[in-house]
Design a protein around this ligand. Structure first.
Ligand SMILES: CC(C)(COP(=O)([O-])OP(=O)([O-])OC[C@H]1O[C@@H](n2cnc3c(N)ncnc32)[C@H](O)[C@@H]1OP(=O)([O-])[O-])[C@@H](O)C(=O)NCCC(=O)NCCSC(=O)C[C@@](C)(O)CC(=O)[O-]
Ligand SMILES: NC(=O)C1=CN([C@@H]2O[C@H](COP(=O)(O)OP(=O)(O)OC[C@H]3O[C@@H](n4cnc5c(N)ncnc54)[C@H](OP(=O)(O)O)[C@@H]3O)[C@@H](O)[C@H]2O)C=CC1
Length: 442
């Protein structure tokens, strides 16, 4: 623990329970009410009764706790947390908490995960939890020579960085490398030092920012310039996670659907207008798990989009191709700066419950889950787009939101939703008419 502004901060990582063998194939979960679902998921995950109680809105984040998270707190917004089923990731079944306001996202992820179960589920690999801190130096008279002087002082600078975080180094993390670039800009040639730091189970921003600020005076001295910005880069390309899976051709709808998903994938790779929507589909899954686990959604999203733009243009983060036996092979690669130690992951009771449900023990395992959900989410949307179109599945589930917005309550929601879907008129005015009609015949 360390003391910050009089507050004792507990920095031990939130971890899931001891690994238990679970079956994530919870068919029929949708037919239960939310409380019964929570009980079913708690039992299926091998957790103690009550382990997920924080997911009950009455027992989640209190106003008092929220007041310690951000400033000028006046309230709390509720975002639904659903559980995606059917996931097998690196040989382990996982039930995945997803926080999202968008209908059909949780269903779609579960649907796609079901289509790869027979082929072993998702497999992942990672480059390791290495974050980059940037130190900008301006006004160096001889930028190229200054670059070499900094590189000559590599060992000294890495040691100085490590000295800032004995806890991190004791856990096997710490400074790993120094890269120095000269950067021509419209205000002259800047020198930019990149400190690569293994941040273990942290997201790492605070950890590397502290190091960058400590190194900056010495860097400026060596460069004979003036240090300016000292901050991590959200282009976390030393912290990549990759997920792959084979999706069953028959479950996808046959050979033509498989071929058309490959066409859809090629379209997104070639066209930035399509790539932005394609990647939004991936982020539907990724952001939902990042949010549920109390991680920084903006950091992950800027990392993802910077990776999509790494070649200078903007392209798809995933790739689909025809695989062995006519099945569909999908891959996804992106930077994922997520942790189990700091930020809201530590402070938010719902995030703690989400980590417990996932049963993960390291930030790398969390990244593996998130990337797998991103790939599943992408595949589900592409399958719908390449087959019947997005509206059938998405709008059918969206109809419930429309029914509730029209004023339906309780059982009325299902009845109004079913009617507006059957009438193929999923609109607010029609839902209001249907509701009025239902109430008039009571
Ligand atoms: C919506 C489905 C899944 C229906 O698909 P379906 O085939 O009608 O569903 P089903 O009733 O046959 O069920 C199949 C499986 O889906 C899951 N499932 C199905 N329904 C539920 C439900 N109510 N609650 C919970 N789970 C559900 C569930 O896992 C179930 O299997 P089970 O495990 O039960 O044996 C399908 O149409 C689908 O995957 N659609 C894609 C929807 C989607 O991508 N939504 C994201 C929003 S659209 C967007 O923002 C992104 C986009 C599209 O623009 C990106 C892009 O352009 O690339
Ligand atoms: N551009 C961006 O993305 C920015 C993001 N942020 C925010 O920074 C926060 C994340 O920073 P982060 O550095 O992760 O948070 P913390 O500083 O809360 O956590 C990191 C610290 O936890 C301690 N620790 C304990 N156990 C472990 C372990 N197993 N692995 C790693 N570290 C461990 C370490 O040392 P010790 O105990 O000594 O603390 C480490 O320095 C997020 O809230 C994010 O929103 C902030 C600025 C910019």
């Amino acid at each position: 623990m360390r003391s910050v502004a009089g507050t004792r901060l507990d920095r031990r990582p939130i971890r899931g329970g001891a690994p238990v063998s679970i079956n994530s194939r919870l068919s029929g979960l949708r037919d239960l009410d939310a409380t019964a679902r929570r009980a079913a998921v708690t039992e299926a995950a091998g957790l103690d009764a009550g382990a997920l109680d924080a997911l009950d809105p009455a027992r989640g984040l209190t106003l008092e706790a929220a007041d310690h998270l951000i400033e000028n707190v006046v309230g709390i917004i509720g975002i639904p947390v659903g559980v995606a089923t059917n996931f097998t990731i690196d040989g382990v079944d996982r039930l995945v908490p997803m926080a999202t306001e968008e209908p059909s996202v949780v269903a779609a992820a579960s649907n796609a995960a079901r289509m790869t179960r027979g082929h072993g589920g998702f497999r992942t690999s990672t480059t390791g939890p290495v974050m980059i801190a940037q130190i900008q130096v301006v006004d160096a008279a001889d930028p190229e020579a200054a670059r070499l002087r900094l590189l000559e002082a590599r060992e000294e600078l890495l040691a100085l960085a490590d000295a800032q975080d004995p806890m991190l180094t004791s856990l096997g993390g710490g400074a790993r490398d120094l890269v120095v670039r000269t950067l021509p800009t419209r205000t002259g040639v800047h020198l930019v030092a990149h400190l690569h730091v293994d941040v273990r189970d942290a997201m790492g921003a605070n950890a590397v920012n502290t190091m960058a600020e400590a190194l900056a005076p010495r860097v400026a001295e060596l460069a004979d310039g003036r240090s300016l910005l000292r901050i991590l880069s959200n282009k976390a390309d030393q912290r990549l996670i990759r997920a792959r899976a084979v999706f069953d051709a028959e479950l996808l709808g046959g050979a033509q659907v498989v071929r058309d998903i490959v066409h859809a994938s090629a379209f997104a790779e070639a066209d930035p207008y399509r790539a932005a929507t394609h990647n939004k589909g991936i982020m539907n899954g990724i952001t939902a798990v990042v949010l549920a686990t109390g991680n920084d959604t903006r950091a992950v999203e800027s990392g993802a989009h910077s990776h999509a733009a790494r070649g200078g243009g903007y392209t798809a983060l995933s790739h689909f191709e025809l695989g062995e036996g006519g099945h569909l092979a999908g891959t996804l690669e992106l930077p994922l700066a997520v942790g189990l130690v700091g930020g809201a992951t530590r402070a938010h009771p719902v995030a703690q419950a989400a980590i417990r449900l996932l049963g993960i023990r390291t930030a790398a395992e969390l990244a593996a889950v998130i990337a797998s959900v991103g790939l599943a989410q992408n595949l589900a949307a592409l399958r719908a787009l390449a087959a019947e179109g997005i509206q059938r599945g998405h709008m059918t589930l969206h109809a419930r939101t429309i029914a509730a917005s029209a004023g339906a309550a309780g059982e009325e929601i299902t009845r109004v939703a079913e009617r507006i879907v059957a009438d193929k008129l999923i609109r607010l005015e029609h839902a209001q008419d249907v509701l009025a009609e239902l109430r008039s015949v009571r």
